[in-house]
Design a binder for this molecule. Structure first.
Ligand code: DGY
Length: 482
């Protein structure tokens, strides 16, 4: 551990108190000092403590600014509602500031859970004129919907375990766990029944928005097989907030909307969507997050003495474990998503291909291949991890999910690298991430070649990752390993 001299120590404590006046407990300060000690001694010069403090303060202010009363919007204007996986990650940031507020973030998300168990990808708590497609498109002008009718990668169980295990207020944590557990279980059961009705072990994603990686090149083939329907004319609002060079193209939006209207026509009936959707993929991100979330759900079930449920979840894990191998492309040294309608693995190599490390579902030799592939990618860019293979001819360093670096994905992949013993590689990615945050601010994503900030500004989940990473030295749950 880094040895702090006493002057530094007292200066640091004072600064911490000044900057974060809500943090008054010595225990917390010591925790911060320790985590900075870890960061400082391993990958950056000691002087960066000032920058780290600034980053923490800015991140905290972003969460406060984006707080809409119990839930956090991802970014003003561009994303003015509550997004599912954003919120589950944002809760990890809140936990470093206010545990009660972190639990509330999840409670608000689950307040929109559907009767069938689905937890929607967006919850429209209050109207907003700055986003399209809003509640009146998912529903109708006469009857706007309270949420979308699709989902997103199920990060929440992972967050609940982290909040529960690291809670200072244990009593509150146990109470919240008891309240949230049945809701998490209902959502995970929904994934099994609605998204794997054929019992393959892996779940289907029916809209690129469900993957969270909307216009990843992984969807190109499957999305271009979706015929564009006659849909009502529409005006995109995202382009009023972010340069079009950083956003999905019109031909992709037409297909996003086509899918939305087709799903709306059957009232988002989960028993029909799987069979009627012209877009159906096995998304690596959703399946990796779900696998990891199931490990954590099983752990939580055991913690609550719910043995039968733990067994049920264990069954899903076992099935998925076998099925995951069908997504491994040995020649590429990477996992790949699959188009379920053609039965083919997609050609695109994306950063989601490393997420089986976060899931803990890769074998030791697959993990070694993934680490080698990642090292090769990192040699091609200044800042890792690009979201798309930088060796590919259509790598676009600035366009949404077609090249840029995402801090949340770096957080997941470094967690996985560490769990498999690739500490140096994890540190390299953390150092890159830190450099991006310090030099370019808290944005939605970053250009891996130049480091330039891109997408939405003052972005909540980037701020939250920064808080979680720097404040608590957040890492993997060793106990979650299979
Ligand atoms: C958007 O509107 O860009 C969102 O990513 C949908 O979730």
């Amino acid at each position: 551990m880094f040895a702090w001299d006493s002057d530094w120590f007292f200066f640091f404590c004072k600064q911490t108190l000044v900057c974060m006046n809500a943090w008054s407990r010595l225990e917390e300060i010591l925790m911060i000092v320790c985590s900075f000690g870890h960061v400082c001694c391993t990958c950056r010069p000691k002087g960066d403590v000032y920058k780290s403090l600034q980053l923490l303060e800015v991140s905290k202010q972003i969460l406060i600014e984006n707080d809409r009363g119990g839930y956090t919007i991802p970014a003003k204007g561009l994303y003015p509602y509550q997004w599912n996986w954003d919120s589950a990650l944002v809760a990890l940031g809140w936990a470093t500031l206010d545990e009660g507020r972190a639990w509330q973030e999840l409670e608000k998300l689950f307040s929109a859970q559907w009767e069938d168990g689905l937890v929607p990808h967006i919850v429209f708590h209050q109207p907003s004129p700055t986003y399209f497609p809003g509640p009146e498109i998912w529903g109708s002008v006469e009857q706007p919907m309270g949420s979308t009718g699709i989902t997103q990668p199920p990060v929440a169980a992972i967050t609940v375990r982290k909040l529960y295990e690291t809670a200072l207020n244990k009593e509150l944590a146990l109470q919240k766990l008891k309240e949230l557990f049945p809701k998490l279980l209902a959502w995970h059961r929904w994934f099994q029944s609605a998204r794997d009705p054929e019992n393959t072990g892996l779940v289907a994603t029916l809209h690129p928005w469900e993957s969270g990686m909307d216009n990843s090149p992984a969807w190109d083939e499957a999305l271009y097989n979706v015929p564009v329907d006659q849909i009502p004319p529409y005006v995109r609002k995202d382009l009023g907030h972010v340069d079009s060079a950083m956003r999905p193209k019109q031909e992709e939006y037409d297909r996003y909307l086509t899918l939305l209207y087709r799903f709306r026509a059957v009232n988002y009936d989960c028993n029909q969507l799987y069979f009627l959707s012209p877009f159906r993929v096995t998304d690596l991100c959703t399946n990796s997050v779900l696998y990891r979330a199931n490990l954590d759900l099983r752990w939580l079930a055991n913690e609550l003495g719910q043995d039968q449920i733990a067994e049920e979840v264990d069954g899903w894990i076992k099935k998925a474990r076998i099925a995951f191998d069908s997504l491994y492309d040995e020649e590429a040294g990477l996992y790949k998503s699959k188009d379920q309608l053609t039965g083919e693995l997609v050609t695109a190599k994306t950063s989601a291909g490393f997420l089986p490390l976060f899931a803990r579902v890769a074998s030791a030799s697959q993990a070694a291949d993934l680490a080698a592939t990642l090292e090769r990618w990192l040699k091609r860019v200044k800042h890792g991890i690009p979201s798309y293979d930088p060796e590919s001819s259509n790598f676009e360093p600035l366009r949404y999910w077609r090249g840029p670096v995402w801090v949340i994905i770096n957080w997941m992949i470094t967690d996985g690298l560490r769990a498999y013993g690739y500490e140096d590689l994890a540190l390299r990615v953390e150092a890159d991430t830190y450099e991006l945050l310090v030099s370019h601010g808290i944005n939605e994503y970053y250009d891996p070649v130049t480091g330039a900030a891109a997408g939405g500004k003052l972005f909540s989940w980037t701020a939250a990752m920064c808080l979680a990473w720097l404040s608590k030295g957040d890492g993997a749950h060793p106990a979650a390993a299979h």
